[in-house]
Design a protein around this ligand. Structure first.
Ligand code: DAH
Length: 349
């Protein structure tokens, strides 16, 4: 009778635990049997009136029932915890068959590759590499370079102006060429050698960004130029030919490259020449392609540098690194360089 009663309590505890679908339900079910006024606890309390012998046997039987209920409780606890973990693992599962998000290596911009190349080649010929401001004074961009006051380059149709006036009352411009670097560098150079018995040669290139009001397949409002200047007491047009021919052959990695110096005009050189190159092989073979302007530095410009034009002579050139990049890689639209399209840029990796 007693045993049956205990068995049925154990049975109903097992059933209640089995019905508990969540840990909170299970704790509530536990309270019904093992809690302060649970079934087992009540039975224990009821033993107070029994004799010592009865207490012993009855107590042992209740303890066994209690242990069975605790075992059932622990089993169910474990089962619920396992189920929760399973669900969590399933929810956080990684699909290892999905393709990953690839981070591709970046690359140096093709024009930057060209600028690095130009700098390396001219450095190997003893040229310094100089940098200068992109917002220039009217005097540096034009006047110092012997541009007459009404020269078309000074017009707003050709040159961008900034809303800030220089000391001369004329607005600053976004430099339309790197040529202002000729006079700027000469001034720096002279300052550096002030007080010394001899003033060494000036041999420098100045690559950088330049700006003009112009935009189509071969013109961009922002583009690049690289200025070159070699001044000394005995520097001639012959030196320009040697240096520039050497540069072109190294740059294009081709010894059978022809060069042509075609008479031209620039206010800051006299005589002036346009430099054309001709490839003997490849898709551009046979065509003359203009790559630079050049000439012997005009005495007025030498004077503006603070040097004696009777003593100092030399040559300057200005070339377009964007155009050199187009020729080297066979690119036919300048705008591709500045669109930021990864499909184009990744080809230079
Ligand atoms: N500054 C000229 C231009 O932008 C290019 C140039 C021509 C630079 C002749 C020179 C030079 O140094 O000697 O068109």
């Amino acid at each position: 009778m007693q045993t049956n009663e205990l068995e049925s309590i154990v049975d109903s505890a097992r059933q209640a635990f089995a019905r508990a679908a969540a840990p909170a339900d299970l704790e509530n079910a536990k309270a019904l049997f093992l809690g302060k006024s649970g079934r087992i606890t009540e039975l224990m309390k009821g033993m107070a009136a029994l004799s010592v012998d009865e207490k012993k046997s009855r107590g042992a039987a209740i303890n066994l029932a209690k242990q069975a209920i605790e075992a059932a409780l622990n089993g169910r606890r474990q089962a619920l915890a396992d189920r929760e973990l399973d669900a969590q693992l399933k929810a956080e599962a990684l699909d290892v068959s999905l393709p990953g998000r690839l981070r591709e290596p970046g690359s140096v911009h093709p024009v930057s590759l060209t600028l690095e190349r130009i700098e390396r080649i001219f450095a190997s010929m003893g040229f310094d590499v100089a940098d200068g401001p992109e917002i220039e004074s009217d005097w540096h961009s034009f006047t110092s370079l012997n541009n007459p006051p009404n020269h078309p380059a000074r017009s707003m149709q050709d040159t961008f102006y900034v809303d800030i006036n220089g000391d001369d009352g004329i607005p600053y411009n976004l430099r339309p060429h790197t040529s202002p670097m000729q006079v700027r560098y000469a001034h720096q150079h002279i300052k550096k050698h002030a007080g010394k018995p001899t003033m060494p040669e000036i041999r420098v290139i100045a690559p950088g960004r330049t700006y003009r009001v112009d935009s189509d397949a071969t013109h961009s409002p922002m583009f690049h130029q690289c200025e070159g200047l070699w001044l000394g007491e005995n520097v001639s047009f012959k030196d320009l030919k040697v240096v520039f021919t050497d540069f072109c052959r190294t740059f294009f990695e081709s010894d059978d490259l022809a060069l042509r110096f075609r008479p031209s005009f620039f206010p800051f050189t006299e005589p002036s020449a346009e430099i054309d190159i001709q490839f003997q092989t490849g898709p551009l073979a046979g065509r003359w392609l203009e790559v630079a302007g050049s000439g012997q530095v005009h005495p007025t410009v030498v004077g503006n540098m603070g040097l004696d034009p009777e003593r100092y002579i030399g040559f300057a050139f200005g070339m377009g690194p964007d155009r050199l990049t187009m020729l080297r890689y066979g690119v036919n639209d300048l705008r591709l360089f500045f669109d930021g399209d990864i499909r184009f840029l990744s080809q230079f990796r």
